[in-house]
Write a protein that binds this ligand. Structure first.
Ligand SMILES: NC(=O)c1ccc[n+]([C@@H]2O[C@H](COP(=O)([O-])OP(=O)(O)OC[C@H]3O[C@@H](n4cnc5c(N)ncnc54)[C@H](OP(=O)(O)O)[C@@H]3O)[C@@H](O)[C@H]2O)c1
Length: 337
Protein backbone atom coordinates (compact mmCIF):
# COMPACT_ATOMS: atom_id res chain seq x y z
CA UNK A 1 0.00 0.00 0.00
CA UNK A 2 1.18 3.52 -0.81
CA UNK A 3 2.80 5.48 2.02
CA UNK A 4 0.71 8.32 3.45
CA UNK A 5 2.24 11.78 3.82
CA UNK A 6 0.76 15.05 5.07
CA UNK A 7 1.38 18.46 3.49
CA UNK A 8 0.03 21.38 5.51
CA UNK A 9 -0.99 24.51 3.59
CA UNK A 10 -1.35 22.47 0.39
CA UNK A 11 -2.95 25.42 -1.40
CA UNK A 12 0.26 27.48 -1.19
CA UNK A 13 2.82 28.10 -3.94
CA UNK A 14 5.61 25.99 -2.45
CA UNK A 15 3.24 23.26 -1.28
CA UNK A 16 1.66 22.91 -4.75
CA UNK A 17 4.99 21.86 -6.24
CA UNK A 18 5.69 19.60 -3.26
CA UNK A 19 2.30 17.88 -3.64
CA UNK A 20 3.04 17.45 -7.35
CA UNK A 21 6.42 15.77 -6.70
CA UNK A 22 4.98 13.53 -3.98
CA UNK A 23 2.05 12.44 -6.17
CA UNK A 24 4.50 11.77 -9.02
CA UNK A 25 6.35 9.40 -6.67
CA UNK A 26 3.13 7.56 -5.88
CA UNK A 27 2.53 8.73 -2.31
CA UNK A 28 -0.94 9.14 -0.86
CA UNK A 29 -0.88 12.85 -0.06
CA UNK A 30 -3.14 14.30 2.60
CA UNK A 31 -3.11 18.01 1.90
CA UNK A 32 -4.54 20.37 4.48
CA UNK A 33 -6.27 23.61 3.49
CA UNK A 34 -8.06 26.24 5.52
CA UNK A 35 -11.33 25.83 3.64
CA UNK A 36 -12.38 23.22 1.11
CA UNK A 37 -14.92 25.79 -0.06
CA UNK A 38 -12.19 27.93 -1.68
CA UNK A 39 -12.34 26.08 -4.99
CA UNK A 40 -9.92 28.45 -6.76
CA UNK A 41 -7.25 27.62 -4.16
CA UNK A 42 -7.42 23.85 -4.71
CA UNK A 43 -8.50 23.33 -8.35
CA UNK A 44 -4.89 22.81 -9.50
CA UNK A 45 -4.32 20.22 -6.75
CA UNK A 46 -7.39 18.25 -7.77
CA UNK A 47 -6.11 18.29 -11.37
CA UNK A 48 -2.72 17.00 -10.18
CA UNK A 49 -4.42 14.26 -8.19
CA UNK A 50 -6.24 13.14 -11.33
CA UNK A 51 -3.16 13.25 -13.55
CA UNK A 52 -0.45 11.70 -11.36
CA UNK A 53 0.02 8.17 -9.99
CA UNK A 54 -0.37 9.00 -6.29
CA UNK A 55 -3.64 9.67 -4.47
CA UNK A 56 -4.68 13.08 -3.20
CA UNK A 57 -6.93 13.67 -0.20
CA UNK A 58 -7.81 17.18 0.93
CA UNK A 59 -8.66 17.93 4.57
CA UNK A 60 -9.58 21.15 6.37
CA UNK A 61 -7.25 22.33 9.13
CA UNK A 62 -6.46 25.73 10.63
CA UNK A 63 -3.13 26.64 12.13
CA UNK A 64 -4.78 28.52 14.97
CA UNK A 65 -7.17 25.77 16.00
CA UNK A 66 -5.71 23.45 18.61
CA UNK A 67 -5.99 19.78 17.65
CA UNK A 68 -6.89 20.72 14.08
CA UNK A 69 -4.19 18.49 12.57
CA UNK A 70 -4.54 15.51 14.92
CA UNK A 71 -6.72 13.24 12.81
CA UNK A 72 -5.06 14.03 9.48
CA UNK A 73 -1.59 13.19 10.77
CA UNK A 74 -2.63 9.79 12.20
CA UNK A 75 -1.00 6.99 10.22
CA UNK A 76 1.22 9.30 8.14
CA UNK A 77 4.88 8.48 7.55
CA UNK A 78 6.11 12.01 6.84
CA UNK A 79 4.62 15.37 7.81
CA UNK A 80 5.62 18.34 5.67
CA UNK A 81 4.70 21.52 7.51
CA UNK A 82 4.68 24.32 4.94
CA UNK A 83 1.64 26.37 6.09
CA UNK A 84 2.53 29.79 7.49
CA UNK A 85 1.51 33.29 6.49
CA UNK A 86 3.95 34.63 3.87
CA UNK A 87 2.94 38.28 3.93
CA UNK A 88 4.80 41.49 4.72
CA UNK A 89 1.96 43.97 5.31
CA UNK A 90 -0.44 42.95 8.09
CA UNK A 91 -2.88 44.81 10.30
CA UNK A 92 -1.91 43.07 13.50
CA UNK A 93 1.54 41.47 13.66
CA UNK A 94 0.79 39.14 16.54
CA UNK A 95 -2.61 38.00 15.28
CA UNK A 96 -1.84 37.81 11.56
CA UNK A 97 1.79 36.61 11.51
CA UNK A 98 3.34 35.46 14.76
CA UNK A 99 0.41 33.46 16.12
CA UNK A 100 -0.35 31.43 12.98
CA UNK A 101 3.37 30.78 12.43
CA UNK A 102 4.26 29.81 16.00
CA UNK A 103 1.01 28.35 17.37
CA UNK A 104 0.43 26.64 14.02
CA UNK A 105 3.84 25.00 14.24
CA UNK A 106 3.19 23.81 17.78
CA UNK A 107 -0.21 22.42 16.73
CA UNK A 108 1.31 20.49 13.85
CA UNK A 109 4.23 19.22 15.96
CA UNK A 110 1.82 18.19 18.72
CA UNK A 111 -0.26 16.25 16.18
CA UNK A 112 2.92 14.54 14.90
CA UNK A 113 3.97 13.69 18.46
CA UNK A 114 0.58 12.03 19.08
CA UNK A 115 1.09 9.99 15.89
CA UNK A 116 4.69 9.02 16.64
CA UNK A 117 3.95 5.36 16.01
CA UNK A 118 3.72 6.13 12.28
CA UNK A 119 5.49 9.48 11.80
CA UNK A 120 9.11 8.82 10.86
CA UNK A 121 10.05 12.43 10.19
CA UNK A 122 8.67 15.97 10.18
CA UNK A 123 10.01 18.29 7.48
CA UNK A 124 9.53 21.92 8.41
CA UNK A 125 9.47 24.71 5.83
CA UNK A 126 11.44 27.42 7.54
CA UNK A 127 13.21 30.23 5.67
CA UNK A 128 16.48 32.08 5.21
CA UNK A 129 14.51 34.71 7.17
CA UNK A 130 15.30 32.53 10.20
CA UNK A 131 19.03 32.77 9.35
CA UNK A 132 19.45 36.52 9.04
CA UNK A 133 17.34 39.64 9.30
CA UNK A 134 18.21 41.82 6.31
CA UNK A 135 21.93 41.23 6.98
CA UNK A 136 21.73 43.17 10.25
CA UNK A 137 24.27 40.94 12.02
CA UNK A 138 27.39 39.47 10.41
CA UNK A 139 27.45 35.72 9.72
CA UNK A 140 29.13 33.56 12.36
CA UNK A 141 31.58 32.31 9.73
CA UNK A 142 32.64 35.91 9.09
CA UNK A 143 31.94 35.57 5.37
CA UNK A 144 28.79 33.77 4.18
CA UNK A 145 25.51 33.06 6.02
CA UNK A 146 24.95 29.36 6.59
CA UNK A 147 22.84 26.93 8.60
CA UNK A 148 24.93 27.92 11.65
CA UNK A 149 23.35 31.40 11.70
CA UNK A 150 20.17 32.40 13.51
CA UNK A 151 18.26 35.61 12.95
CA UNK A 152 18.33 37.44 16.28
CA UNK A 153 17.81 40.96 14.95
CA UNK A 154 14.32 41.02 13.41
CA UNK A 155 11.53 42.56 15.44
CA UNK A 156 7.95 43.59 14.78
CA UNK A 157 9.07 47.18 15.31
CA UNK A 158 11.88 47.19 12.71
CA UNK A 159 9.51 46.11 9.95
CA UNK A 160 10.69 42.49 9.88
CA UNK A 161 7.73 40.77 11.49
CA UNK A 162 7.69 38.06 8.82
CA UNK A 163 11.36 37.28 9.49
CA UNK A 164 10.60 37.22 13.20
CA UNK A 165 7.67 34.85 12.67
CA UNK A 166 9.87 32.37 10.82
CA UNK A 167 12.72 32.51 13.35
CA UNK A 168 10.31 32.05 16.27
CA UNK A 169 8.42 29.24 14.53
CA UNK A 170 11.59 27.33 13.68
CA UNK A 171 12.94 27.65 17.23
CA UNK A 172 9.60 26.46 18.60
CA UNK A 173 9.67 23.49 16.23
CA UNK A 174 13.17 22.40 17.30
CA UNK A 175 12.25 22.68 20.98
CA UNK A 176 9.04 20.66 20.55
CA UNK A 177 10.70 18.05 18.34
CA UNK A 178 13.39 17.52 20.92
CA UNK A 179 10.94 17.43 23.83
CA UNK A 180 8.68 14.88 22.12
CA UNK A 181 11.43 12.80 20.48
CA UNK A 182 10.36 13.60 16.92
CA UNK A 183 12.85 13.37 14.07
CA UNK A 184 12.75 16.73 12.27
CA UNK A 185 14.58 18.34 9.36
CA UNK A 186 14.15 22.00 8.38
CA UNK A 187 14.34 23.38 4.84
CA UNK A 188 15.28 27.06 4.61
CA UNK A 189 14.51 28.53 1.20
CA UNK A 190 15.45 32.00 0.08
CA UNK A 191 12.95 33.97 -2.05
CA UNK A 192 11.18 31.22 -4.01
CA UNK A 193 10.38 31.77 -7.68
CA UNK A 194 9.66 29.42 -10.55
CA UNK A 195 6.72 27.87 -12.34
CA UNK A 196 3.25 28.33 -10.89
CA UNK A 197 0.65 25.59 -10.98
CA UNK A 198 -2.31 27.73 -9.99
CA UNK A 199 -3.83 30.81 -11.60
CA UNK A 200 -3.85 32.27 -8.11
CA UNK A 201 -1.11 34.92 -8.09
CA UNK A 202 -1.81 36.60 -4.76
CA UNK A 203 1.42 35.39 -3.13
CA UNK A 204 4.61 37.44 -2.90
CA UNK A 205 6.58 35.00 -5.07
CA UNK A 206 4.19 34.99 -8.02
CA UNK A 207 3.62 38.72 -7.53
CA UNK A 208 7.33 39.53 -8.04
CA UNK A 209 7.55 38.01 -11.53
CA UNK A 210 4.00 39.09 -12.41
CA UNK A 211 5.10 42.68 -11.70
CA UNK A 212 8.13 42.38 -14.01
CA UNK A 213 6.14 40.80 -16.80
CA UNK A 214 3.50 43.50 -16.49
CA UNK A 215 6.13 46.20 -16.93
CA UNK A 216 6.64 47.34 -13.34
CA UNK A 217 10.23 47.82 -12.18
CA UNK A 218 11.41 45.36 -9.54
CA UNK A 219 12.36 46.67 -6.13
CA UNK A 220 15.09 45.13 -4.02
CA UNK A 221 17.76 42.57 -4.65
CA UNK A 222 16.39 39.14 -3.93
CA UNK A 223 18.49 36.04 -3.65
CA UNK A 224 16.24 33.49 -5.26
CA UNK A 225 15.75 29.76 -5.40
CA UNK A 226 13.58 27.57 -7.60
CA UNK A 227 10.34 26.14 -6.28
CA UNK A 228 11.18 22.79 -7.90
CA UNK A 229 14.46 22.64 -5.96
CA UNK A 230 12.69 23.63 -2.73
CA UNK A 231 10.16 20.84 -3.17
CA UNK A 232 12.87 18.33 -4.12
CA UNK A 233 14.81 19.30 -1.00
CA UNK A 234 11.72 18.59 1.14
CA UNK A 235 11.29 15.15 -0.45
CA UNK A 236 14.99 14.29 -0.06
CA UNK A 237 14.98 15.56 3.53
CA UNK A 238 12.15 13.14 4.33
CA UNK A 239 13.41 10.13 2.43
CA UNK A 240 17.15 10.21 3.13
CA UNK A 241 17.71 8.57 6.52
CA UNK A 242 20.93 10.54 7.12
CA UNK A 243 19.32 13.97 6.55
CA UNK A 244 19.38 16.07 9.71
CA UNK A 245 19.23 19.62 10.97
CA UNK A 246 18.82 22.65 8.70
CA UNK A 247 19.30 22.93 4.94
CA UNK A 248 19.43 26.26 3.12
CA UNK A 249 18.04 26.17 -0.43
CA UNK A 250 19.25 29.29 -2.21
CA UNK A 251 21.45 30.75 -4.87
CA UNK A 252 24.63 32.24 -3.40
CA UNK A 253 24.11 35.82 -4.61
CA UNK A 254 21.23 38.08 -5.64
CA UNK A 255 19.96 37.94 -9.19
CA UNK A 256 21.43 40.67 -11.32
CA UNK A 257 19.69 43.40 -13.31
CA UNK A 258 20.98 41.88 -16.53
CA UNK A 259 19.55 38.50 -15.62
CA UNK A 260 16.12 39.90 -14.91
CA UNK A 261 15.76 42.30 -17.81
CA UNK A 262 17.87 40.68 -20.51
CA UNK A 263 16.80 37.10 -19.94
CA UNK A 264 13.12 37.92 -19.81
CA UNK A 265 13.38 40.26 -22.80
CA UNK A 266 15.26 37.67 -24.82
CA UNK A 267 12.64 35.03 -24.06
CA UNK A 268 9.63 37.33 -24.45
CA UNK A 269 10.62 39.94 -27.07
CA UNK A 270 6.94 40.64 -27.69
CA UNK A 271 6.48 42.06 -24.17
CA UNK A 272 7.59 45.31 -22.52
CA UNK A 273 9.97 44.13 -19.78
CA UNK A 274 11.20 47.19 -17.86
CA UNK A 275 14.79 48.25 -17.24
CA UNK A 276 16.07 47.38 -13.81
CA UNK A 277 18.25 50.23 -12.50
CA UNK A 278 21.73 48.72 -11.95
CA UNK A 279 22.64 51.22 -9.24
CA UNK A 280 20.11 49.79 -6.80
CA UNK A 281 21.37 46.25 -7.03
CA UNK A 282 24.00 44.84 -4.71
CA UNK A 283 25.01 41.47 -6.07
CA UNK A 284 27.62 40.36 -3.53
CA UNK A 285 27.69 36.65 -2.70
CA UNK A 286 26.12 36.12 0.70
CA UNK A 287 24.92 32.56 1.18
CA UNK A 288 26.74 29.27 1.66
CA UNK A 289 24.35 26.85 -0.04
CA UNK A 290 26.69 23.86 -0.14
CA UNK A 291 25.12 21.69 2.57
CA UNK A 292 21.94 20.88 0.62
CA UNK A 293 24.00 20.09 -2.48
CA UNK A 294 26.37 17.89 -0.52
CA UNK A 295 23.92 16.01 1.67
CA UNK A 296 20.57 16.12 -0.13
CA UNK A 297 22.04 15.76 -3.62
CA UNK A 298 20.39 18.98 -4.72
CA UNK A 299 21.46 20.45 -8.09
CA UNK A 300 20.17 24.01 -8.25
CA UNK A 301 18.18 25.13 -11.25
CA UNK A 302 19.91 28.07 -13.00
CA UNK A 303 18.22 31.37 -12.06
CA UNK A 304 17.46 32.22 -15.69
CA UNK A 305 15.38 29.04 -16.00
CA UNK A 306 13.61 29.90 -12.75
CA UNK A 307 12.68 33.37 -14.01
CA UNK A 308 11.68 32.31 -17.51
CA UNK A 309 9.56 29.38 -16.26
CA UNK A 310 7.88 31.61 -13.69
CA UNK A 311 6.99 34.17 -16.34
CA UNK A 312 5.91 31.59 -18.92
CA UNK A 313 3.58 29.78 -16.52
CA UNK A 314 2.11 32.99 -15.07
CA UNK A 315 1.25 34.09 -18.61
CA UNK A 316 -0.03 30.62 -19.58
CA UNK A 317 -2.45 30.39 -16.63
CA UNK A 318 -3.64 33.96 -17.20
CA UNK A 319 -2.26 35.26 -13.91
CA UNK A 320 0.00 37.83 -15.61
CA UNK A 321 -1.07 40.14 -18.40
CA UNK A 322 2.11 41.28 -20.17
CA UNK A 323 2.24 44.61 -21.98
CA UNK A 324 3.13 44.49 -25.67
CA UNK A 325 6.69 45.56 -26.43
CA UNK A 326 6.90 49.34 -26.91
CA UNK A 327 4.34 50.08 -24.20
CA UNK A 328 5.30 51.49 -20.81
CA UNK A 329 3.55 50.24 -17.67
CA UNK A 330 1.93 53.65 -17.09
CA UNK A 331 0.85 54.17 -20.71
CA UNK A 332 -2.73 53.06 -20.11
CA UNK A 333 -3.98 56.26 -18.47
CA UNK A 334 -2.76 58.49 -21.29
CA UNK A 335 -4.13 56.20 -23.92
CA UNK A 336 -7.60 56.53 -22.42
CA UNK A 337 -7.48 60.35 -22.31
N1 LIG B 1 7.76 31.97 -1.18
C1 LIG B 1 8.92 32.28 -0.62
O1 LIG B 1 9.69 33.11 -1.14
C2 LIG B 1 9.33 31.61 0.67
C3 LIG B 1 10.67 31.71 1.10
C4 LIG B 1 11.06 31.07 2.26
C5 LIG B 1 10.15 30.34 3.00
N2 LIG B 1 8.86 30.28 2.57
C6 LIG B 1 7.92 29.52 3.39
O2 LIG B 1 7.27 28.56 2.56
C7 LIG B 1 5.97 28.30 3.08
C8 LIG B 1 4.97 28.46 1.98
O3 LIG B 1 5.07 29.77 1.45
P1 LIG B 1 4.47 30.13 0.01
O4 LIG B 1 5.41 31.01 -0.68
O5 LIG B 1 4.01 28.91 -0.64
O6 LIG B 1 3.26 31.07 0.45
P2 LIG B 1 1.72 30.99 0.11
O7 LIG B 1 1.53 30.63 -1.31
O8 LIG B 1 1.15 32.26 0.60
O9 LIG B 1 1.24 29.78 1.00
C9 LIG B 1 1.06 29.88 2.39
C10 LIG B 1 0.19 28.74 2.84
O10 LIG B 1 -0.04 28.85 4.26
C11 LIG B 1 -1.44 28.77 4.49
N3 LIG B 1 -1.87 29.50 5.67
C12 LIG B 1 -1.61 30.78 6.00
N4 LIG B 1 -2.23 31.09 7.16
C13 LIG B 1 -2.90 29.96 7.56
C14 LIG B 1 -3.72 29.61 8.67
N5 LIG B 1 -4.02 30.50 9.63
N6 LIG B 1 -4.22 28.34 8.75
C15 LIG B 1 -3.94 27.42 7.77
N7 LIG B 1 -3.18 27.70 6.70
C16 LIG B 1 -2.66 28.95 6.60
C17 LIG B 1 -2.06 29.38 3.25
O11 LIG B 1 -3.42 29.02 3.16
P3 LIG B 1 -4.43 29.78 2.15
O12 LIG B 1 -4.16 29.18 0.80
O13 LIG B 1 -5.75 29.46 2.68
O14 LIG B 1 -4.08 31.24 2.19
C18 LIG B 1 -1.19 28.76 2.18
O15 LIG B 1 -1.57 27.44 1.91
C19 LIG B 1 5.78 29.26 4.26
O16 LIG B 1 6.12 28.58 5.44
C20 LIG B 1 6.80 30.36 3.96
O17 LIG B 1 7.20 31.04 5.13
C21 LIG B 1 8.43 30.88 1.43
Amino acid sequence: MAEVVVVTGASGFVAGELVKQLLAKGYTVRGTVRSLGSVYKVAHLIALGQALPGTLELHEADLLQEGSFDSVVQGARYVFHTASPFVIQVEDTQRDLIDPAVKGTSNVLAAAAKAKASVKRVVLTSSVAAVHGEYAAPPVSGSLYSEADWNETSTAENGQAYHLSKALAEREAWELAEASGLDMVAILPNFVLGPVLSSRADGLSAGFVKGLVEGKAAEGTPIICDVRDVAAAHVAAAELPAASGRYIVSQRAPITPSLVAEVLRARFPEFAIPDVPPGEWDVRERIDNSRAERELGLRLTPPCATLVDAAATLIAVGAAQPLPSGCAADAGAEAVV
